[in-house]
Design a protein around this ligand. Structure first.
Ligand SMILES: CC(C)(COP(=O)(O)OP(=O)(O)OC[C@H]1O[C@@H](n2cnc3c(N)ncnc32)[C@H](O)[C@@H]1OP(=O)(O)O)[C@@H](O)C(=O)NCCC(=O)NCCS
Length: 155
């Protein structure tokens, strides 16, 4: 993507590096899906897990992240969040399109994810990108027993 003056890439999507971890943990905490640093590190150890970030060109500030698994012919999104002050600027869309593109290239046939029933912004985002409801997991979230909606995008 180019900036308004066409001066080259304004955002880059890159694999997370260790120096990004603190910011990603903070974005996750502020987004209400508070994974610990340890949880992110565990994902980095798994051969089938990826964490990618949106970085601002120039400064390299991390604006958003996604964590997903590539398993057999399925991509499963585990965590996704955009820094509060950066929301509604297309970063989550960018990340999900990147995940779908990568999945397609590896021969995956679908992207799946769970989302809280009451998470209106996330539900709006996923529906807009073509995800459809394929199931409900009752009381999936142990903290408050909220249902998870299982959404799927065919690739
Ligand atoms: C959900 C979330 C990741 C969206 O990130 P984002 O970078 O703001 O998303 P985008 O800018 O790509 O939004 C794309 C579209 O999704 C929908 N959308 C996103 N946020 C919305 C909101 N608050 N209300 C209504 N629709 C929303 C809109 O259709 C939006 O397009 P528009 O801005 O042109 O209207 C972000 O709100 C977030 O980090 N929330 C906290 C963590 C979270 O809930 N993660 C998902 C866990 S399943």
């Amino acid at each position: 993507m180019n900036d308004e003056q066409g001066r080259g890439p304004r955002f880059a999507i890159l694999p997370i590096s260790h120096v990004d971890l603190d910011v990603v943990v903070a974005i996750s905490r502020d987004g209400g899906v508070p994974w610990t640093r340890h949880q992110f590190l565990e994902e980095l150890e798994r051969a089938w897990s990826r964490i990618d970030v949106v970085k601002l060109g120039g400064t390299g500030d991390v604006l958003a992240f996604v964590c997903y698994w590539l398993v057999a012919d399925e991509v499963h999104v585990l965590n996704l969040a955009t820094a509060e002050e950066e929301r509604r600027r297309g970063h989550a869309t960018r990340l999900l399109e990147h995940v779908a593109r990568g999945g397609r290239q590896r021969g995956a046939r679908e992207v799946t994810l769970e989302v809280r029933r009451t998470n209106a912004p996330a539900n709006a985002l996923y529906r807009r990108l073509g995800y459809r409801l394929v199931g409900v997991r009752p009381a999936y979230y142990v903290e408050d027993r909220e249902d998870a909606l299982l959404l799927k995008l065919d690739l």
